[in-house]
Design a protein around this ligand. Structure first.
Ligand code: ZN
Length: 145
């Protein structure tokens, strides 16, 4: 077992859990990750920017499949409430793992949808700032243009 993994396991074991009685340390030998989801809630799919009830997503192992664009994503991606700058950061971090090839039905229509949702200005302001910073650091050259 690698050093990183053993350190990660030690960290996970030390994680505390939030309960009704306040913070309690995790007595299990595994990490406790509680994803509380309200399946009657509308969630926004980041790949097609469509709102759908969480119950309409098909559960496949650890992932949930969007009924519209058929992309798989983690539950926390869907239920976590994030601000537009956080969303821009998420897309920016995901771009090298193929975010722009997953958007549905096309990048052009994704841009239009973003605009319709009223997210466009703030999203691009943040996204382009991150892009500018990374270009300045000269770390990434691949990007969606
Ligand atoms: Zn989708």
């Amino acid at each position: 077992m690698s050093y990183e993994i053993s350190q990660k396991m030690r960290y996970d074991k030390a994680q505390t859990v939030l309960t009704y009685n306040g913070c309690q340390s995790n007595s299990n030998s595994f990490a406790v990750v509680i994803e509380k989801a309200d399946f009657t809630k509308n969630v926004l799919c980041p790949f097609c920017l469509t709102y759908n009830l969480l119950m309409r997503f098909e559960k496949r192992g650890q992932c949930y499949k969007c009924p519209i664009c058929k992309n798989d994503m983690m539950l926390r991606t869907l239920i976590k409430e994030i601000t537009i700058p956080e969303f821009a950061r998420w897309v920016f971090d995901y771009r090298l793992s193929g975010f722009w090839t997953k958007v549905y039905p096309s990048a052009k229509l994704w841009f239009i949808k973003l605009k319709e949702l009223g997210f466009s200005y703030e999203f691009w302001e943040n996204y382009n700032r991150l892009k500018g910073e990374s270009k300045a650091n000269n770390k990434f050259n691949e990007d969606y243009e």
